[in-house]
Design a protein around this ligand. Sequence first.
Ligand code: URP
Ligand code: ZN
Ligand code: ZN
Length: 460
Amino acid sequence: MTYLLLTGGRVVNSTGSTNADVLVHAGRIEAIGNLTDLPIVDVERVDCTGRLLLPGGVDVHTHLDSPMMGTTTSDDFASGTRAAACGGTTTLVDFAMQGAGQTLLQSLETHRQKAKGKAVIDYSFHMCVTDLYEGATDEFPEIVSSGVTSFKVFMAYRGTLMLHDGALFDVLRTSSAAGGQVCVHAENGDVIDRLAADLVAAGRTGPGSHEISRPPSTEVEAVRRAIQIARMADSPLYFVHLSTEGAVEAVAEARANDWAIAGETCTHYLTLDRSLYDAPGFDAAKVVLTPPLRTEEHRDALWRGLRAGTLGVVSSDHCPFCLEEKRRLGEHDFRAIPNGGPGVEHRFIVMYAEGVRKGRISLEKFVDLTATAPARQFGLSPAKGAIVQGADADIVVLDPEGSTTISAETQNQRMDYTPYEGWKLPGLIENVYARGELVSESGKYVGAEGRGRFLERSAL
Ligand code: URP
Ligand code: ZN
Ligand code: ZN
């Protein structure tokens, strides 16, 4: 069939919602409106009565096939993007780590080869800078002009990933001059390392100590410092995975001054809390992710930050390591547990259920946070993030009357657990279309292999 016509659904965009049919042709949205009498043949009609038609999710924070803390994340580009598609996410921006002893351009090429022919949804990369060797910044213009228009730096993990403040300053000013933007992991790594060493010296080596070693102030201090360094570099800045009330306040103050500071939080900070670190045995390792989960007060502040527009994006920070792998590496010392958890498959439905259905955000705000704003922030608009004429036909058909039960047994992520085990949520993701192709039906991948395309993003 040449045409696809989704009839009778409610089209939701960040700007508003309307009952309308959607006509798709050659991978793009051709028309939106009352189209049932359109004189076209060769059309597949799909009845979407009672369904929501939502823009495919855009997740700008994933780590697929990524070397980290002595191991590699468990999802590669095939399994991770299948899981994303089944969960309603049709675009990813993944982190390309700088390889040991590799230049940035070499590392980027390594990551490109990992994705090529494997990804089933469209994707792009952020370039992680973990070693600012002589000449590294000279490569920024070529990286940006190849469509990788954002960089990530770490203010934690000294000795492996962390850049000192001078290097952060250099990355900011060079990236800005090249038309790129910088994503910052804001935690005070040196203080964390000392707190962690004290805990181990006191015999507190279990996974629950991870949270204690990274108190909220370690994030807040680093956020405030990074904002000032960005000011000195005259550069915009995007904070990844913010988790604390103090960070929201710092970003709000900066934005009130019209400084180009943006922030994201993640599904898990909005829906889980620190009580999971009290789990018996090694189970707390499931949520050894960074920054750690916080108390309800912080969680409420993050929801307020989203509603106020202080935080503009919700990502998954999908950084999966199986529990057995976490145990192998860190059973005797929590500092060696690889930091991260799964989430790309469940970000969309968890945000819909916990956000929209619990009355915390509107449907339009949900669309903005999970698709429209991340696409705009990272140069993927207008092709991605909205159901509008001319955009890519990335569409999620969601039945609000249906329900979803999350379980490790049935998930597509290559993982032996999910922190949302057993959650029964309102809403069921039925069909997922990516560039007009049906890629998922009720949580099962039905699309072609390796169909995803690399997206060259525009510079700022
Ligand atoms: O827990 C996480 N997120 N692990 C490492 C990757 C990151 O974003 O810092
Ligand atoms: Zn990070
Ligand atoms: Zn991450």
